[in-house]
Ligand binder design. Structure first.
Ligand SMILES: [Zn+2]
Length: 251
């Protein structure tokens, strides 16, 4: 029996000469892997609907193992991402992060919406770094690694100046900062943005402009937190780092 779903293509790998195994993030059932027979042939009707990042409706036959893809209809190819190497690098990272974190067949409509919205914003040319930081901050809740951002991780104080402690798992107020000699000192802009990104309703994201120095602070804190707690090692992260170096040389 074929069933219809709404999905985003998270990953594809070649299978034999002509087939592809496609990992979809579906709104209805979470992550599912399907065999797309013949999809590697350029004239196959499954070729364009199985490109990375494609958002569409899919007709699939589910099975205990790898199901099979019967048909697809593109809602948005998100071509703007594929045509831009920087957007491709950031989107690939966000998608791989999602793929690594999601278990198969665990529906998570919140995460589906979050990924879709992030990719659409990337496709529309919004700030790729900021979108990635927002996504990473929001994923911490999904993974179950929420940092203390509303107040000091040690004493709970919510006002004043803060630094960020990886060891204590969140902000440290200036009275507790000696608890961690390796804390990151933060500007008040970075403190505000870390909180905002974590709590923000992404669909309401307006125009956001952040200075390069503030972006660097966000990048260091978020990366260090993931390195310490997530246990993830992502291929796309290295690619993203190389792309970031290229970008800063071009600017
Ligand atoms: Zn404190």
């Amino acid at each position: 029996m074929f069933e219809k779903c709404e999905a985003i293509v998270l990953r594809t790998i070649d299978y034999g000469e002509t087939h592809k195994i496609v990992t979809l993030l579906t709104r209805e059932w979470g992550k599912v892997a399907v065999m797309a027979r013949g999809a590697k042939k350029p004239n196959s009707r499954l070729s364009s609907v199985t490109h990375l990042f494609t958002y569409g409706h899919y007709l699939i036959q589910k099975s205990r193992g790898v199901g099979s893809l019967h048909q697809g209809e593109i809602i948005d190819a998100l071509r703007g991402i594929r045509e831009d190497i920087f957007a491709t690098a950031y989107a690939s990272y966000v998608v791989e992060l999602t793929d690594k974190i999601m278990e198969e067949r665990r529906p998570n409509p919140y995460l589906f919406e979050l990924l879709l919205q992030t990719l659409k914003y990337m496709n529309d040319g919004l700030d790729l770094e900021i979108l990635t930081y927002i996504y990473e901050m929001k994923m911490l809740r999904v993974i179950g690694l929420p940092p203390s951002l509303d107040g000091c991780a040690v004493c709970g104080r919510s006002k004043g100046r803060f630094s960020f402690s990886i060891k204590e798992g969140g902000f440290l107020c200036d009275q507790c900062e000696e608890k961690d000699p390796y804390r990151f000192s933060l500007s008040s802009a970075a403190v505000r943005l870390l909180r905002l990104f974590y709590h923000l309703d992404l669909s309401r994201l307006g125009k956001i402009s952040v200075k390069k120095e503030t972006k660097n602070e966000l990048h260091h804190v978020i990366s260090a937190y993931y390195d310490e707690y997530s246990g993830l090692s992502l291929k796309t992260k290295r690619f993203l780092e190389q792309i970031e170096q290229l970008k800063s040389r071009l600017q």
